[in-house]
Design a protein around this ligand. Sequence first.
Ligand SMILES: Cc1cc2nc3c(=O)[nH]c(=O)nc-3n(C[C@H](O)[C@H](O)[C@H](O)COP(=O)(O)OP(=O)(O)OC[C@H]3O[C@@H](n4cnc5c(N)ncnc54)[C@H](O)[C@@H]3O)c2cc1C
Length: 349
Amino acid sequence: MLSGHWKQKLIRYAHTGTDYKLPMRNSLDLPRTILGRKITQRKNMNLSFSFQNKIKGEVLYDEMMSKYTSMRIGGPADIFILPANLRDLQIVLKNRGSSPVWIIGEGTNTLVRDQGIRGIVISLKNCFKLIKRPVFYKSLDGKDKAVIQVDGGVKLSYLAKFTARYGLKGIENFVGIPGSVGGSIVMNAGAEGAEISHVLRSIKFMTLDGEIKTYSKNEMAFAYRKTTFPVNDGIVIEAELELEKGRIVDIHREIDKYLTRRGSTQPLNMPNSGSIFKNPPGKKAGSLIESAGLKGFRIGGASVSIKHANFIVNKGGASADDVVRLIKHIKDVVEEKSGVKLEQEIVVI
Ligand SMILES: Cc1cc2nc3c(=O)[nH]c(=O)nc-3n(C[C@H](O)[C@H](O)[C@H](O)COP(=O)(O)OP(=O)(O)OC[C@H]3O[C@@H](n4cnc5c(N)ncnc54)[C@H](O)[C@@H]3O)c2cc1C
């Protein structure tokens, strides 16, 4: 016999359609004991199942992160979501419960551990790809400038070539940086003495609760290869950059020069994550590693590049553990030989 309380609940359920969820306890929520071990269902799996029906984008389970990192390394993510649009992203964030969330752009500065990632990984590979046409104006000091609006999932290298076509300068030296605009803002990426924060005007940011906020550059905080506020707890979905007008031929000449230099100094034919260490003040991490005699030094499938000592390359079958051990070895040897403590640039998840 059902109690009056349960009868009422069932009647309400019958009248409210499918969206109303009966607060009945699923037997899988309860820990079960098999051969003396408590087995509790992974909460995340429950969550991901409902995402699959609610969003347009893709939801994958136990997806190998090695497919999404430039190092080609990384174990499985419990739930890997490729939102198709802003609404998808909001649905995921608003319904994630207590699951931790990780964001991945192009994965060119990230090392994912072999054990993979517990929780939800959101990849911006399939969305936020729009670049709006630049809006030109004359600044108070008489310079021809333009503001360009770009989505967080656009590749920085593509953006650099796009703005060059309009004769806009300021990011032409970022043409060889393979990350996304969002990832580059989080990392405050840069090259040839310039940083993306130098040309940033504002960002549109989604908090991990799915709310959208806008921050102007002066509300943000930047450091060398890191934006310290506000990017730790949200997603950069859009940015506005302010660029200066230049001569198209000069900009293209610079782009060719940068790409040629990178091709000859970086191991671009092998999986890598760019610079592993930040340059210590007044010094080059690569020179310190080279002077310590570590070029070519190898642990498992991970090796210090012969071409550029601040790069670790995956020679084939490298595990994240190989890379982590190699990083530690480099730090120890460089400190012992030169007294300099190297600081890691890549993000390890
Ligand atoms: C061959 C090579 C050359 C490189 N050269 C340079 C260089 O010259 N200068 C330089 O600075 N870097 C360089 N890099 C490193 C890398 O490309 C940059 O740091 C890039 O900005 C990272 O972007 P990403 O999308 O790949 O970020 P990811 O590696 O995907 O992520 C990096 C961090 O940003 C976060 N993140 C990513 N996207 C978002 C988002 N939309 N919102 C919030 N958080 C986000 C991630 O959670 C993570 O913490 C190089 C890398 C390679 C492989």
